[in-house]
Design a protein. Structure first.
Lengths: 426, 99
């Protein structure tokens, strides 16, 4: 049996800010984005703010309504990254099998060191003490024999707590919890499960896997395995990354986009970043995807395979705009746009030429992009720009590539290794 | 919105004015061939220098009082106990009440 810990730094951004502003101790504090740039939401909040009902994702004005005394602090991502790194250094004293899940969460497989140190709880206690003393923030740690229950344990009691979920107690601790607390049970899945009378994790664990498969497809089996604590997904080795499947950038514009010209400006800005990142990593994308959200936060995603794989900024932007024109009906202004390239191939892979594409012109576009990349690397991002960007300098002032340095992770980014193969034969 | 290192430092310095418990200082240090780093002397803002007589403890620690974390050197300077931190942002600070 494995011993797996899931360590979660409590109210990470807010705790780090509190450490740096001792005068704010005991006051309701929230870390919030810049309302001027319309990033005005609560990213993290202190325990005091939480008690007043402030929630992550609230608009800053909403948070002030819940809690008039609240103090807003701007975020310092460089600092959070350094703290995250320091925490990983501590984890590294116990295992080389550590897998980050965002900046503040991490799984550790301590099966081998548990024998040396005694048991999983001992290690959890030691890590918790060290993080408190050395970094000045607290963690919640879950100890279990699989990743899913370990994460459950760290969410079970907060802040500064250790919860052990064993084969003896998981029916009492995990099973009574609402089913949506499980990873991968979102709004839609929850609704479907409720229609068949599954409300708790226990209900799910005791359900018939054949029925779950017919209801939710393969994910039904994954969830069944999760609920029964039989998830086999290994903890990845430190400093290894899942293979890149796609490269994309998105942004919430500083003001609503009201016509095609606005959208095109933002799409070009994002395509510049996507293109530069593709070139940096030696990729070309065969599928271009665009996602838009209107001011009511309603949105869609559409994608399209293109004639030949590309990392040329202009081609990415034009492909994205073509999909946009085909799919968006202008009823409402647009709030955010994302451009993504997927089905990646190495950029030196041979490609099929076409009668309608001038290969010489393409070569020229590629060397043009390479020249722009070099200029930007040497002299800074904003020294060279497309003429289009001058139409609205407020929109184009953003640097999509360097402003987005923290990327979300998915539990199955390395593939489905949950262990549903046996069930698939049923 | 991401602040660059420089902006972060400017903000840190600005918040220092509200936080009289933390003082950044100049430090003269010795680096051994083994890679150990040992502060020898610290220099106050006004140019006064204090040599460190002895280091009694060295470990990673956070300072809740001054606000920050890094490697903490507990130093004896003229028979007084001074906590000197090599902060995670590669700057040195002492906690107040120790000058």
């Amino acid at each position: 049996m494995r011993t797996i810990l899931h360590s979660d730094m409590n109210a990470f951004y807010a705790s780090v800010e509190l450490l740096y502003h001792p005068a704010l101790h005991g006051k309701p504090v929230a870390v919030g984005g810049d309302p001027e740039l319309r990033h005005g939401i609560v990213l993290a909040k202190s325990q005091e703010a939480k008690r007043c009902g402030v929630k992550t994702g609230m608009a800053l004005w909403e948070a002030r309504q819940c809690c008039p005394d609240i103090v807003f602090v701007p975020p310092h991502y460089d600092r959070y990254m350094r703290f995250s790194h320091l925490a990983h250094e501590i984890y590294a004293d116990y295992t080389d099998l550590q897998e980050a899940f965002g900046l503040d969460e991490c799984w550790l497989d301590v099966t081998d060191s548990a024998e040396v140190k005694g048991n999983g709880r001992r290690i959890a206690e030691e890590i918790s003490e060290r993080i408190k003393f050395e970094l000045g923030v607290t963690v919640s740690i879950g100890v279990s024999w699989n990743k899913i229950f370990a994460k459950f344990g760290s969410d079970y009691k907060k802040p500064d707590a250790i919860t052990e979920i064993t084969k003896e107690n998981y029916r009492q601790i995990v099973w009574p919890q609402p089913v949506e607390d499980l990873l991968y049970v979102g709004r839609a899945t929850k609704r479907k499960l409720h229609t068949v009378g599954i409300h708790t994790v226990g209900d799910l664990a005791c359900a018939d896997p054949v029925m779950l498969k017919s209801l939710l497809g393969k994910m039904g089996l994954v969830l069944y395995v999760f609920a029964n604590g039989e998830d086999q997904t290994p903890v990845a080795k430190e400093r290894t990354h899942a293979p890149v499947k796609s490269i994309g950038n998105g942004m919430t514009a500083p003001r609503d986009l009201v016509n095609e010209e606005d959208v095109s400006l933002v799409v070009y800005l994002l395509a510049e970043s996507v293109g530069a990142r593709l070139r940096e990593h030696g990729f070309a994308g065969s599928v271009i995807e665009i996602a838009v959200r209107d001011c009511d936060l309603y949105g869609f995603t559409r994608q399209k395979k293109i004639a030949c794989p590309t990392n040329v900024t202009g081609e990415i932007a034009e492909a994205a705009m073509a999909i946009f024109r085909e799919n968006y009906i202008w009823r409402k202004p647009i709030r955010s746009v994302t451009v993504r390239a997927s089905m990646l191939v190495p950029d030196d892979a041979p490609w099929q030429t076409s009668l309608f594409v001038d290969p010489q012109k393409r070569e020229k576009l590629m060397s043009l992009d390479a020249a722009v990349d070099t200029i930007r690397r040497r002299f800074g991002y904003h020294v060279i720009q497309r003429g289009l960007m001058l139409k609205d300098t407020r929109l184009s002032a953003l640097d999509a590539k360097n402003d987005n340095t923290i990327h979300p992770h998915s539990y199955m980014e390395r593939g489905n290794r949950v262990g549903i193969e046996e069930l698939l034969t049923v | 919105m991401v602040y660059s290192e420089t902006v972060t430092r400017q903000r840190e310095d600005a918040s220092l004015e509200e936080n009289p418990l933390k003082a950044y200082v100049t430090v003269y240090a010795r680096f051994t061939p083994e890679g150990d780093m040992e502060p020898l002397c610290l220099e106050w803002e006004d140019g006064r220098r204090f040599s460190i007589d002895r280091i009694t403890d060295r470990r990673r620690a956070a300072s809740r009082k001054a606000g920050g974390c890094g490697i903490r050197y507990v130093c004896m300077i003229k028979n007084k106990r001074v906590e000197l931190f090599y902060e995670e942002n590669y700057r040195w600070f002492v906690t107040a009440g120790t000058s």
